[in-house]
Design a protein around this ligand. Structure first.
Ligand code: S3P
Length: 196
């Protein structure tokens, strides 16, 4: 597989899309884009403010317009918001010229990683875990259908996830060949290590 024109990360809140996306972009020599952060910059306000003033519908309109614009940016890794897959129109835009990666994460990990967050309006209530469960039930089939690659992120460091992604996206990169040679040497010495 040659390198894709762009890489798109989808998955729930707390999956690590921004952290992993930034590191993956660096590794591939691509530009990193985060649709939520660009919406905030353009709007001059943060996401809670947009939800407050324009409602979720207002935010979703901005999100679709942003995904449309960013779908023409090649040589990029795009981190999307967890709800970006809800509109069929968005799913078409995310698929354009891209390899789509679903960062799949357990509810426990999502809860853990979003616990102290105040920037996600959908979780500012008495039962954030219940919300994450309900959203997962609706969205997991959509993420799965859209994805070219599904990568589990639980109990893995971002660095390991990125290494595994690079190998899946383009198994012929020099880095990968070096890694394979190293593993071969370790195997010969009986010190090989399971991964995944
Ligand atoms: C949302 C996820 C958020 C952000 C907004 C709505 C969602 O992005 O787009 O708060 O519907 O799941 P992250 O997935 O980056 O937290």
């Amino acid at each position: 597989m040659s390198l894709p024109k762009r890489v798109v990360l989808v998955g729930p809140m707390g999956a690590g899309k921004s952290t992993i996306g930034r590191m993956l972009a660096k590794e591939l020599g691509y530009r990193f884009l985060d649709s939520d952060r660009i919406i905030e910059e353009r709007c001059g306000a943060n996401i809670p403010w947009i939800f407050d003033v324009e409602g979720e519908d207002g935010f979703r309109q901005r999100e679709t317009a942003m995904l449309d614009e960013l779908s023409n940016e090649m040589g990029t890794v795009l981190a999307t918001g967890g709800g970006a897959v809800m509109r069929a129109e968005n799913r078409g835009l995310l698929k354009k010229n891209s390899v789509v990666i679903y960062l799949k994460t357990s509810i426990d990990q999502q809860v853990e990683r979003t616990r102290k967050d105040r920037n996600r309006p959908l979780l500012q209530n008495d039962d954030p875990e219940g919300v994450l469960r309900r959203l997962f039930a609706i969205r997991d089939p959509l993420y799965t259908e859209l994805a070219d690659i599904i990568m589990f992120t639980d109990r893995k460091s971002p660095r390991l996830v990125v290494r595994q992604l690079v190998n899946r996206i383009n198994p012929k990169t020099p880095r990968h060949r070096r890694q394979r040679r190293k593993e071969g040497r370790h195997n010969a010495q009986g010190t090989s290590r399971a991964e995944g």
